[in-house]
Design a protein around this ligand. Structure first.
Ligand code: ATP
Length: 930
């Protein structure tokens, strides 16, 4: 009994398990026993659903259309050739033709699908979810493979159709050529006959006419045969036409069939797509990912195991009388099953956790990716905006430059015209002056003549007076002698009297002889006096006339000049405005970079590589190679190693011009020791640098404006060494201090600093040489004559508008900074070390100022170093700044080069805002924001 029960339990369990497996397998191939047992119930329901749900799209409509077309073509084509009959007949005989085979196959597929669906439902009812899903999937796979087969068949049909069409075309072609050949033969026969007839109908002579009459019968027969042939020909033509129409009809039929087939194929395709979609839907429903599928499988397995366990347990309960041996077997089995269940549950749990972890991770990744994409998009947008801005800036610069060029050309033309006019007027004026001079010469000569005459007159008068006195004396003398003679006559003899009378007579004669000379002298004198009076009158009139003429000419000229001057003034103002706009568009802070050429003395080690390269197509890009990686820097302008001093100055020139217009400008050279700062700023005698060229430009510009403006240029030069300020233009080398100006203007001033007013360019050359001599330099490992201090050349340009009296004060600070080398690299020790540290400190302070300006901070730490304090009024807002960053292109200096370029890029981002012109009108300095 016991053995029987245990056997029964074992068999029951084994059957139960096998049944399950069998069900799964049978479900997969559509041969379920349940299905066989209850066919009506299940197939009725699912069959109707399937038929209604999945087939109708192409089904009835498509097939009816196809059969319609085929039947119509049948009726049309039965009267045609045999071949056609065969072709159309295929469609009406399903078992023989491919299309019929396709139809039967389709029906078969429909039937099989219906049965599969029935099976699905049966399985759904009776089986576990895993088995159901699996069977579902398998059934869909099967459907899918059927569909593919259908597709292949459709493809084959299409190929067959194509082949048929080709064959048909060939056949038609052959027929056409055959008929054409026949037609050609007939025509050639006809033409030969016509020829014969024409030959026979032409009279060729008497002898021949006899022959002709004899051959009339032959001719008749020929004509008859010709008529027959012509009839045959027309018959053939009719045949051909008929054939043509038949062909056309056939073509049309075929076309219709092809269309029907195409439609059928399309419908089949859409049906396949639908199935595929459904399949993918089901796939996702039953777990799209492998892990999900696995989870579903495991849970189904778990469920089935649980189920079997419960069944076994219930069985065990029922069979409590089962002997110990079998119960232990069962217990063991039970234990195994339990542990298996537990194991599976654990695995399931782990998988679920893993899955959730993976999901979280993927979510995080997705989120990060989204963030990254968003950030990139924003950056891209920013870059796009910057690019647009740059482009618009460039376009504006171009436009302004063009306008300025056009305007300046027009101004130059006007200026040339006005110069011509001026020249003419000047010529006129010089003529007048010449005349004036002649008149003045004349006047001078007349004055001289008058003077001579006056002298002569005075001499005459003196002579006359003398003569008169002599005469009076003589007369007195004679009178005395006469009295004496009278007295003597009274006393002496007649002879003596006679003698005396004679003497008297001679004396009288002499006296009478005297008056005519005296009279002539008097007339001479009077005429001379009248002459002098007349001459002075004439001279006065002439002078008056000349003056009149000169004033007329001057007024005429000044009238013409006034207009010109006004125009010129306007043009100059316009030019200045455009110039300022240009400078502002370029940016009130400009960063230029100059790459030092590789010199012999720089190559301490043999074969040092060049790591800095410039781009010939992009003059604002610079590439630095470091440890195999390239980094590109974008600055306002990059000068390649072969750039000349003049090219560098060309970029600075507009700023120098701004200084004359009353702006504060700061130009400084920055870079490591030996990178060429001093060369760029000071240069040498053959190749002067920015300092000399700027001053030369200043004086040229002042010379050009001298008609309207009066300028004074004053210069100071200082150096900052170890945070101590020293005057480079005085020999005592006294320490100086920076203080606030006591006048309350808020301006800085350095008491005791020597200010030199410069009159000419030659003068400035001497001043610059003196400053250079006084500057502190020492040799470092990097540079034989390293400048160990910051050198500042400060130029103040004060201008007065001659017309309006407006005053401007421009400042130009030209700064040659000390080298920004790393202390260890420059080989500094002791005093040199302290010096290097001070240099670095002040450069750091400069960096801080730049940083604060860049961040638009309210407090700018100008006072942190002497350098920044001194440059306060030229470095900050409203001013114009240019920095020339000097870099070495050698590999050994790449670290310094990168540092300098990074600093330059920071400076690039600073915005100083619109520049302000320092104008003084009506005794007050005010800033005129452009
Ligand atoms: N563009 C250049 N063309 C030719 N020679 C140059 C150029 N730049 C620099 N030099 C030469 O390199 C040497 C060092 O240059 P310079 O003294 O100007 O460097 P520096 O940066 O001022 O150094 P320091 O900071 O030590 O004063 C000089 O002999 C100078 O003539």
């Amino acid at each position: 009994m016991y053995a029987f029960y245990s056997l029964l339990v074992y068999i029951f369990y084994t059957v139960f398990k096998k049944e399950e497996e069998g069900e799964v397998l049978e479900g997969a191939c559509g041969q379920s026993p349940e299905f066989k047992q209850q066919p009506d119930h299940v197939s009725m329901e699912t069959g109707s659903r399937r038929r209604g749900g999945h087939t109708p799209r192409m089904g009835k409509r498509g097939w009816s259309r196809l059969s319609d077309s085929s039947s119509s073509s049948d009726s049309d084509s039965f009267s045609q050739s045999e071949e056609e009959e065969d072709c159309d007949g295929d469609l009406t005989m399903p078992a023989k033709t491919p299309l019929a085979a396709f139809l039967s196959f389709k029906q078969e597929a429909e039937r099989r699908r219906a049965s599969t669906v029935q099976l699905d439902v049966a399985e759904k009812v009776n089986e576990s979810p895993l088995v159901a899903v699996m069977s579902h999937l398998l059934s869909f796979l099967e459907q899918y493979s059927h569909l593919q087969q259908l597709q292949q068949q459709a493809e084959q049909y299409r190929l067959q159709l194509r082949r048929h069409r080709v064959q048909h075309r060939r056949h038609m072609k052959a027929l056409r050529t055959h008929y054409r050949q026949r037609l050609r033969d007939k025509s050639s026969i006809i033409s030969s006959l016509e020829e014969v007839i024409s030959q026979q109908s032409t009279p060729t002579g008497e002898g021949e006419s006899v022959e002709a009459s004899g051959g009339k019968a032959g001719l008749h027969s020929l004509v008859e045969s010709l008529c027959g042939l012509q009839g045959e020909r027309s018959q053939l033509r009719g045949e051909l036409r008929l054939l043509h129409s038949q062909l056309e009809q056939r073509d049309m039929d075929r076309h219709a069939k092809v269309q029907a087939f195409q439609q059928q194929i399309d419908e089949l395709k859409s049906c396949i797509e639908e199935r595929e979609q459904e399949l993918s839907r089901l796939r996702t429903a039953s777990g799209a990912t492998d892990s999900e599928k696995r989870v579903v499988c495991l849970s189904a397995e778990n469920e089935s195991l649980k189920h079997s366990l419960s069944v076994t347990q219930s069985l065990l309960q029922q069979l409590s009388v089962i002997p110990n041996q079998s119960s232990t077997v069962l217990m063991k089995e039970n234990e195994n099953l339990r542990s298996r269940v537990l194991q599976l549950e654990n695995t399931l749990q782990q998988r679920v956790e893993q899955l959730s972890r993976l999901e979280r991770q993927s979510e995080q990744l997705e989120w990060r990716r989204g963030e990254e994409l968003r950030r990139r998009d924003e950056r891209l947008k920013e870059l796009q905006l910057e690019l647009d801005k740059e482009r618009s800036k460039e376009a504006l610069v171009k436009h302004v430059t063009q306008t300025v060029e056009v305007e300046s050309q027009a101004t130059l033309r006007k200026l040339a015209e006005s110069r011509q006019k001026n020249e003419q007027l000047t010529k006129k004026l010089s003529n007048q002056n010449e005349r004036c001079k002649q008149l003045e010469e004349h006047l001078r000569r007349s004055d001289e003549v008058t003077c001579n005459l006056q002298h002569k007159i005075a001499a005459y008068e003196r002579e006359i007076n003398m003569l008169r006195e002599q005469l009076l004396k003589e007369i007195g003398h004679l009178e005395e002698r006469k009295e004496e003679a009278v007295k003597a006559a009274a006393n002496c003899s007649e002879g003596q009297l006679q003698n005396l009378q004679d003497q008297f007579l001679t004396l009288q004669r002499r006296v009478s002889a005297l008056p005519p000379s005296l009279r002539s002298m008097k007339t001479d004198y009077a005429s001379l006096r009248t002459q002098v009076r007349n001459f002075s009158d004439f001279y006065g009139a002439a002078i008056k006339e000349a003056k009149k003429q000169i004033t007329a000419a001057i007024s005429e000229m000044s009238e013409a000049n006034k207009d010109l001057l006004e125009k010129y003034r306007k043009e100059v103002a316009l030019r200045r405005k455009y110039h300022e706009q240009l400078v502002e568009l370029k940016g009130n802070i400009r960063v230029l970079c100059r790459v030092k050429p590789v010199l012999k003395e720089d190559q301490h080690e043999e074969g040092q590589a060049v790591v800095v390269t410039t781009d010939p197509h992009n003059e604002s890009a610079l590439m630095v190679m470091n440890k195999g990686k390239g980094r590109t820097f974008e600055l306002d302008k990059v000068f390649h190693p072969q750039a000349t001093q003049e090219e560098v100055f060309q970029e600075i020139e507009p700023l120098v011009t701004s200084c004359i217009d009353g702006y504060h400008v700061c130009i400084f050279a920055y870079g490591q020791t030996g990178s060429g700062k001093t060369y760029t700023m000071e240069g040498n005698s053959e190749n002067p640098g920015i300092n000399q060229r700027a001053l030369k430009h200043l004086f040229n510009e002042i010379e050009e404006r001298k008609d309207m403006w009066e300028y004074t240029v004053s210069v100071t030069s200082v150096e900052i060494y170890n945070e101590v300020l020293r005057d480079l233009l005085s020999k005592d080398g006294e320490k100086l201090d920076i203080k606030m100006n006591p006048d309350g203007s808020g301006q800085l001033h350095v008491p005791g600093l020597r200010v030199i007013e410069v009159k000419s360019f030659q003068h400035i050359k001497k001043i610059l040489a003196m400053a250079r001599r006084n500057r502190i330099t020492f040799g470092t490992q990097m540079n034989q004559h390293s400048s160990r201090s910051h050198a500042l050349l400060m130029i103040t340009v004060q201008g007065i508008d001659l017309a309006t009296g407006t005053k401007t004060t421009g400042k130009l600070n030209l700064v040659d900074l000390a080298g920004s080398e790393r202390v260890w690299k420059s080989g500094a020790e002791g005093e040199r070390l302290k010096e290097a540290q001070n240099i670095n400190r002040s450069l750091l302070a400069l960096g801080d100022v730049i940083q604060a300006l860049r961040g638009r901070q309210t407090h700018i730490p100008f006072r942190n170093s002497k350098l920044t304090y001194l440059l306060q009024d030229s470095l900050g807002k409203g001013n114009k700044t240019a920095m020339v960053v000097q870099v070495s292109s050698l590999e050994s200096n790449v670290g310094e080069t990168l540092c300098s370029l990074k600093f330059a890029q920071r400076v690039c981002k600073v915005e100083l805002g619109p520049a302000a012109r320092k104008i003084e009108s009506s005794d007050k300095i005010h800033e005129n924001c452009c």
